[in-house]
Ligand binder design. Structure first.
Ligand SMILES: *[C@@H]1O[C@H](CO)[C@@H](O)[C@H](O)[C@H]1NC(C)=O
Ligand SMILES: *[C@@H]1O[C@H](CO)[C@@H](O)[C@H](O)[C@H]1NC(C)=O
Ligand SMILES: *[C@@H]1O[C@H](CO)[C@@H](O)[C@H](O)[C@H]1NC(C)=O
Length: 435
């Protein structure tokens, strides 16, 4: 009899427990803002009066008494080849990864010294290194620095050489039809039957891009194309991940210029709101900070309809750790469940010849759950944002993950940052800061 009860209880347990634990969890990696310096020189000056992308290079060191460039990297300099390769190897060793988001910005940042050949060499080095270690699907998006001259993206014109060059480099990862990529760097790729990646060229809303000041031309064309791709996904009952180097909206660290022009951000957010049932999330980099962007409905500005998850840079320049991110998602609904940020503290490795390892820096769920934030969704990010101004310890946690310069984000800068996370467009950002 007792045994029967036990069996009954056990079966009941299975009945309850199995559906809960059978959530089919997948993982993917995101790398962004690598900014490798192929001219990095061990033993050179790591501190100089010149902009940071000039340090750690072959220059006369006579009379120099400052810090000397080490093998793995310096907080004043761009990524070393050794650290990048070690990072890709570490990511490649992670188990059960389904795909890899390659979110752009490969070359170093000495844009005044760059040429087409210079940038092609940096781009090729990064792409070849990833090909060497990653043997599962890679979804690449172009970054504003990948091109020379940086930021100046045209469509079907002055930039065609670059799209064609990158299409050839990316060939094994792109869909068969590369027409839109070769035209202007945007494309859609259904890598898994129920998940469509829509990869955008948001350099078309980059305030530093002089070609695209006329909003009614190519930026508008990209949005029309986006809408048709979303319509197609809806018919096919697919979910969508948006992949783009540059997200939309204001700059959370400054009042001007925005990260992406107002007109484009506004229309883009409207398209998104119309398809919020199928777009799960957007994935970006560009700002080098660890942040996000919520897309609100336009009628009330209060209902969260979408989110961009923005991972911090791989480059350690600016006293950052060198990092990449692993997302966890539900393989049936494609919802984002959690993400883990991995880091290597390359500065501590002075004189150490063995490659750095990438360790867990933080995990979204365990960090924010104590504050009542459950899961990674537009709604949970809204709760996080709304609580930043009222809960000092939550703000401290967020700001210290946001940037190594967290001391900067107090008073006005704190307000600017929280406002930037609370709204979708530049004008709303300015309104929020004023009020
Ligand atoms: C959103 O959908 C509505 C209703 O279908 C339509 O009238 C509107 O033009 C759409 N707007 C955008 C920006 O897609
Ligand atoms: C902030 O959130 C934590 C965790 O929920 C809580 O313990 C603390 O009391 C909150 N602080 C304020 C000022 O609300
Ligand atoms: C946190 O945000 C939620 C939802 O946005 C709100 O209901 C709650 O009052 C906030 N908590 C604090 C301490 O501000």
């Amino acid at each position: 009899m007792d045994q029967k009860i036990l069996l009954f209880v056990f079966n009941l347990f299975l009945l309850i427990a199995i559906p809960i634990h059978s959530r089919n969890i997948g993982k993917f990696v995101a790398f962004n803002d690598i900014h490798v310096d192929l001219n990095y020189k061990i033993g050179s000056m790591a501190e100089c009066d010149l902009p940071s992308s000039n340090c750690c290079r072959d220059m006369p060191t006579k009379g120099y008494t400052g810090t000397i460039a080490q093998k793995w990297g310096m907080k004043t300099c761009q990524t070393t080849k050794a650290t990048f390769e070690a990072g890709v190897k570490a990511a490649a060793a992670e188990k059960d990864i389904d795909f890899f988001l390659l979110l752009g910005d490969f070359p170093s940042m000495d844009i005044w010294r760059q040429t087409k050949e210079y940038n092609k060499e940096d781009d090729t080095y990064i792409i070849d290194t990833i090909k060497k270690y990653i043997d599962y699907p890679v979804i690449p998006a172009l970054g504003n620095h990948d091109l020379h001259p940086a930021d100046e993206f045209d469509c079907g014109g002055a930039t065609s050489w670059f799209y064609n060059f990158m299409a050839d480099q990316y060939q094994q990862w792109l869909p068969e039809d590369t027409t839109t990529f070769r035209f202007c760097g945007w494309y859609a790729h259904t890598v898994f039957p129920k998940l469509k990646f829509i990869i955008l060229n948001n350099m078309l809303c980059d305030p530093h891009n002089i070609y695209e000041l006329d909003f009614h031309n190519f930026p508008k064309q990209q949005l029309d194309w986006l809408q048709s791709e979303l319509e197609d996904a809806r018919v096919k009952k697919q979910k969508v991940y948006i992949v783009t180097h540059i997200p939309i909206g204001p700059d959370t660290t400054d009042i001007w210029p925005p990260v992406c022009w107002y007109d484009y951000t506004m229309l883009y957010a409207k398209v998104w709101a119309n398809y919020s049932d199928i777009i799960v999330a957007g994935f970006s980099g560009h700002t080098h900070n660890d942040e996000y962007k919520i897309i609100y409905d336009f009628e009330t500005g209060k209902i969260p309809k979408g989110m961009f998850l923005i991972s911090p840079s791989f480059t350690n320049e600016g006293n950052r750790y060198s990092g990449y991110r692993i997302y966890e998602y539900d393989k049936d609904t494609f919802e984002i469940i959690n993400y883990k940020q991995y880091y290597a503290d390359v500065f501590k490795r002075k004189g150490d010849e063995s490659p750095p390892s990438w360790d867990l820096y933080y995990d979204f769920s365990s960090t924010y759950k104590p504050f009542g934030i459950d899961g990674v969704s537009p709604t949970s990010l809204q709760t996080l944002t709304n609580n930043l101004s009222t809960n000092e310890s939550l703000y401290e946690t967020f700001a210290s993950l946001f940037s190594p310069l967290k001391e900067m984000y107090t008073d006005n800068k704190k307000r600017q940052l929280i406002c930037g996370l609370s709204v979708t467009t530049q004008d709303q950002h300015l309104d929020c800061i004023k009020n």
